[in-house]
Design a binder for this molecule. Structure first.
Ligand SMILES: *[C@@H]1O[C@H](CO)[C@@H](O)[C@H](O)[C@H]1NC(C)=O
Ligand SMILES: *[C@@H]1O[C@H](CO)[C@@H](O)[C@H](O)[C@H]1NC(C)=O
Ligand SMILES: *[C@@H]1O[C@H](CO)[C@@H](O)[C@H](O)[C@H]1NC(C)=O
Length: 482
């Protein structure tokens, strides 16, 4: 969903085929003004952005300066990305101000194909979602303008070579939904054609594709396989597109099932103390490294497991959910960006004693110790809470929120930090990504509202947490919550 470039320590191990049962269980405490507290956090951050950075992509939350990381000017990423959260939290004044700005944006002056993916998930996704929730016609008009002028000016998306799997392999959810809302099928065809083309390319590991590609020849130009940044939303969208299309397509669901089978068989790695992570592959080497960006996957797997009534996938989802959450057990209560581990098939006694100790206790070794205000684990907790009805997932999400409040809050917003392992100096950096408004705070909020508010039976979320209304509801949410 977002790119990551940090690769940590690479270890080598054999495949591991076991499936493990998962523990669970804490008490719950019912009352929920927690949604209101999270809404206040959003209002705090949105005030900072509004006071100091309105019209820029992001606020710098330590200095009250601004950044424009989307490069296309007047693109005001935070406003597009926050728009549906503003609607969901019922902040009418902020909505009206945002609308005025969005009406003034002229897409014709900002063509930048290399940002197709980000434009698609943040801007187009944000507009379509806001349109679903509010029905204001100008939002759909803007979405069409954006698709025609920026995303697929030549009648098809993506012209670049040396492109990353997620960039061309996860455009279809937004484009399918644009077709559903306009009745113009060129968008859906363009998005789904790319996936059909991809399905023809032979793979080394069934259903899993390398990360970087040459689109001239439609061939991969390396053998690096990951579920993390750069590939992530490709896998996520196969299932979601099938659901959004009311089950009226078979290819993408097949591709999702095949990919998930390979994740279980080849990428799943278990530690000596029972943690389960998704590893990566480089050529013939299994790399025992993962990161926060992969932690959206437990939620996606659980959604698929319940949608397809598949208990094996559900078990896999639960194992990954537990391990993703346990990685937040650091001195600050915030998860590191990346980590590595020793697989239980490896002889642990050949490693330094300190490493053995750490592995037997926590089950991971921090590589990149930063926390980027990322939503992925929270997103999965949202799916687990809504789908299982188990309120212990609320308590887990709350603990994370408290850690964010404690270590990331500034007088004008929230910032990423460089060191989750050092309680005395977390080294605040000066950056507040727009996904903090779109995803992190939205998922947190929806974990504590009435579960019927943006029900998973009625909406499918894009990879930037923008919910699209399903034409036909599904049945995945729990009917009871306790
Ligand atoms: C940024 O804005 C906040 C809120 O208005 C203020 O409290 C803080 O002092 C400002 N920081 C700087 C560095 O100007
Ligand atoms: C955006 O436009 C403003 C004013 O025209 C300019 O100062 C700024 O440098 C531009 N930013 C980017 C990222 O192009
Ligand atoms: C943008 O370009 C399209 C044609 O590509 C045109 O129809 C539209 O009016 C233009 N919008 C603005 C604001 O100039």
């Amino acid at each position: 969903m977002k790119y990551s470039n940090s690769l940590g320590l690479a270890s080598i191990a054999t495949f591991c085929l076991t499936v493990l049962a998962a523990p669970s269980g804490l008490e719950d405490n019912g009352i929920d003004d927690r949604a209101e507290i999270i809404k206040s956090a959003f209002k705090h951050a949105w005030k900072g952005y509004s006071d100091y950075a309105y019209g820029h992509d992001e606020l710098q939350p330590l200095t009250n300066g601004t950044t424009d990381s989307s490069s296309t000017n007047k693109s005001i990423a935070s406003i597009f990305d926050a728009l549906d959260t503003i609607i969901i939290m019922d902040l009418e004044e902020d909505y009206l101000r945002a609308c005025e700005h969005i009406k003034g944006v002229d897409w014709n002056k900002s063509k930048d194909p290399s940002k197709t993916f980000e434009t698609n998930i943040r801007y187009l996704g944000g507009l379509l979602s806001a349109y679903d929730l509010k029905g204001d016609e100008f939002l759909l008009k803007k979405a069409i303008e954006l698709a025609d002028n920026v995303i697929m000016p030549a009648g098809k998306p993506v012209e670049t070579n040396n492109i990353i799997l997620a960039e061309f392999g996860s455009l279809q959810l937004e484009l399918v939904h644009l077709t559903q809302l306009t009745g113009d099928d060129q968008y859906e065809i363009a998005g789904n054609n790319i996936i059909a083309q991809l399905s023809e390319v032979p793979t080394k590991i069934p259903g899993l594709y390398p990360m970087t590609w040459n689109l001239d020849t439609f061939t991969p130009n390396n053998m690096y396989h990951t579920i993390s940044g750069g590939a992530d939303s490709y896998y996520e969208y196969l299932l979601k597109t099938h659901i959004l299309m009311e089950g009226k397509e078979e290819l993408q669901l097949d591709m999702w099932n095949t990919a998930v089978g390979s994740m279980r068989r080849y990428l799943r790695s278990e530690t000596h103390n029972g943690k389960v992570y998704l590893a990566e592959f480089q050529d013939h080497f299994k790399l025992l490294q993962s990161g926060e960006l992969v932690c959206f996957m437990p939620g996606n797997l659980l959604l698929g497991a319940r949608y397809l009534k598949d208990e094996t996938i559900e078990m896999f989802a639960r194992d990954l959910m537990n391990s993703c959450y346990d990685v937040w057990d650091t001195p600050t209560g915030l998860a590191p960006e990346t980590w590595s581990w020793i697989d239980k098939e490896q002889d642990i006694t050949t490693y330094p004693e300190l490493m053995q100790k750490v592995m037997l206790k926590s089950g991971f070794v921090t590589q990149d110790s930063g926390y980027d205000l990322r939503p992925e684990t929270i997103e999965s907790l949202f799916y687990f809470y809504r789908i299982t009805g188990d309120k212990t997932y609320q308590d887990k999400a709350w603990k994370i929120f408290e850690a964010i409040e404690k270590h990331c809050k500034t007088p004008s917003g929230y910032t990423r930090i460089a060191d989750v392992t050092n309680i005395n100096d977390v080294k605040p950096l000066n950056f507040e990504e727009s996904y903090f408004f779109a995803e992190t705070l939205k998922y947190l909020y929806l974990i504590f509202t009435d579960p019927d508010h943006i029900s998973l039976d009625e909406y499918i979320f894009n990879t930037e947490a923008h919910p699209f209304k399903l034409k036909t509801p599904i049945q995945v949410q729990s009917k009871t919550f306790s």
